[in-house]
Design a protein around this ligand. Structure first.
Ligand code: ZN
Length: 271
């Protein structure tokens, strides 16, 4: 599943060629994404110019002269530049063709992705309005996490995966960050100390920044390349390593279901 670093890598791949380009045509081959694509707004995109592209959480925002596109890659989506004459394959659901004859193609086998259009400011859209801070921003701190955890009885892993608390901390990154901070994933959020939250915020930033950097190294071949997200190139300490020895202390890594997600931890290193 594309996580925040892959979405950031996608943004960096598409943004430089989008700016100031004018949409000539939008071809929708399948409207049945997570939310149906409405042909009425598709037609209204013609002739609009792209002012810029940004990211909020795992949403890509393409600012247009009138409104904005909000896109999500869902479970299996990707968005990439392809040569204009490239024949569409089965899962190539949407093409954006620009007047400079470049083609931006949205592909999504499982169709959990989304393309929405809003005429008001994208950040006010209901999907984006209530999102927590960006993990790599200055307002995401250990102090902030500790404050938000007051009175919260849920597992700390579910707490940091809640997009209203902080965006873009997916299952893999949550597991890895909790290992690096020495916190058991099932620990109640309100029982984690302020000092531990300081460490946790710091390692979340490091883990995500490293993954973005790893994604960045594949940026050139992200378009039609091996398609492997950056986290596969990183060493994982606990994620997916149930039954294997901890890389730090050799204790056997355990797995546990939390909020319907697999969680991995070292019983010795994480308390
Ligand atoms: Zn260990």
């Amino acid at each position: 599943m594309p996580e925040l670093p892959e979405v950031e890598t996608t943004l960096r791949g598409i943004a430089p060629h989008l700016r100031q380009q004018t949409i000539e045509q939008v071809i929708v081959r399948d409207t049945r994404l997570r939310w149906p694509i409405d042909p009425a707004w598709v037609e209204s995109l013609r002739g609009q110019k792209v002012l810029g592209a940004t990211r909020r959480g795992k949403y890509l925002i393409v600012e247009l002269t009138r409104g904005a596109l909000i896109m999500h890659l869902g479970m299996s989506g990707n968005l990439r530049w392809v040569p204009l004459a490239t024949p569409a394959q089965k899962h190539d659901h949407v093409d954006f063709i620009f007047t400079n004859q470049r083609l931006l193609r949205f592909t999504d086998p499982r169709r959990f992705g989304a393309i929405l259009y809003t005429e008001v400011a994208a950040l006010l859209h209901p999907l984006l309005a209530d999102l927590g801070p960006e993990p790599l921003s200055a307002n995401f701190t250990g102090e902030y996490l500790w404050q938000r955890a007051r009175g919260r009885n849920q597992a700390v892993k579910n707490f940091i995966m809640d997009g209203k608390i902080v965006v873009g901390v997916g299952n893999i990154y949550a597991s890895e960050a909790l290992f690096l901070a020495g916190i058991r994933p099932s620990k109640r959020a309100n029982k984690v100390s302020a000092a531990h939250y300081l460490q946790l915020a710091a390692v979340i930033k490091t883990v995500l920044a490293n993954a973005i950097e790893a994604g960045g190294t594949t940026l050139r071949d992200f378009v039609g390349g091996d398609g492997k997200p950056g986290y596969f190139k990183q060493q994982l300490h606990v994620y997916g390593r149930e039954g294997e020895p901890c890389l730090r202390c050799a204790t056997i890594i355990k797995a546990q279901r939390l909020g319907q997600r697999s969680s991995f931890y070292c019983p010795h290193c994480q308390r």
